[in-house]
Design a binder for this molecule. Structure first.
Ligand code: C5P
Length: 272
């Protein structure tokens, strides 16, 4: 499990194997005349669903926000949240593996980004908003997976705030721009808009009203109080709500697997 000889992360092995299967890598270059790979999808049940997806999102341009934002209080302090970026990166990785072009606008993340995506960094909600609006024209699917701060300090200090002589201090906050809402408001024809709703109670109810308020095509709702769901875990539990009224319950599964289930629904909306 550690050090030399540590088994590579199984999801990375699957990812690499899939990309080799897709490109037939190695055989043409070496002139090796080995047989074409057999259809192994039946014997590798969890992998077979991944194989069946290969390139079904070709032609789509995904724009995905990932991670948490940091809102400056002064040059050394900030307000942020526990987002790791795992769910958003999983969606980016899955979309790229299925043939889409992917641009990720990443805030603060605790895991490395996947290969094969165009990565742009944006630290604060305002920066993320500006980058997204700039990149939006080329997108065919927008996924708001970032945990964007809802409020930011109204007047961040230019120099470090001192504690001397103050037992109490008040921080005034202003509402940030809602990236997802603005994307939906200014959407061009054909753009599909996907949001996430992390809630602690009445999860589906809040998610459904978010979908209506923000004009979304699909919402992934999750109860972050459940074990194995939410921030900083490798797994998630969620309900996908679609604009056509469908409710798809996704039990505990890896975020990478969940990413494919979300993309299956995106594809279904595209084809409807
Ligand atoms: O309204 P709420 O913050 O719960 O909505 C969550 C969804 O909205 C997520 O998809 C998140 O990425 C997006 N969002 C955003 N900009 C904000 C706040 C939330 O894009 N300022």
């Amino acid at each position: 499990t550690v050090g030399t000889g540590k088994l590579e992360d199984v999801e990375n092995i699957v990812e690499q194997a899939l990309s080799l299967l897709k490109t037939g890598d190695g055989r043409q270059e070496t002139g090796d005349k080995r047989q074409e790979p057999e259809d192994i999808s039946g014997s590798l049940a969890p992998v077979s669903s991944l194989l069946s997806h290969v390139s079904d999102l070709a032609g789509e341009n995904f724009l995905i926000t990932v991670g948490g934002t940091r809102e400056a209080i002064d040059p050394v302090r900030f307000i942020s949240n526990h987002s790791s970026g795992k769910m958003g990166f999983a969606v980016a990785q899955a979309a790229a593996a299925r043939g889409a072009t992917v641009t990720v606008v990443a805030g603060v993340t605790t895991v490395p980004p996947p290969d094969g995506v165009h990565l742009i960094h944006a630290v604060s909600a305002d920066e993320m908003h500006a980058v997204v609006i700039n990149e939006l024209k080329a997108a065919t699917v927008f996924v708001g997976a970032a945990a964007v701060a809802d409020y930011a300090p109204a007047n961040p200090a230019d120099s470090k705030i001192k504690k001397d002589g103050r037992d109490l201090m008040t921080l005034e906050l202003r509402k940030t721009l809602d990236i997802l809402n603005d994307v939906s408001l200014h959407r061009h024809e054909g753009l599909l808009v996907v949001g996430f709703a992390a809630e602690t109670n009445d999860v589906v109810g809040y998610a459904r009203s978010k979908m209506e308020k923000k004009g979304l095509d699909l919402v992934v709702a999750n109860d972050i109080t459940k074990a194995g769901a939410g921030f900083n875990t490798d797994t998630n539990i969620a309900t996908i709500l679609t604009r056509s009224g469908d409710e798809i319950e996704l039990p505990l599964m890896s975020k990478r697997e969940m990413a494919d289930r979300i993309l299956d629904e995106v594809l279904r909306l595209r084809q409807s």
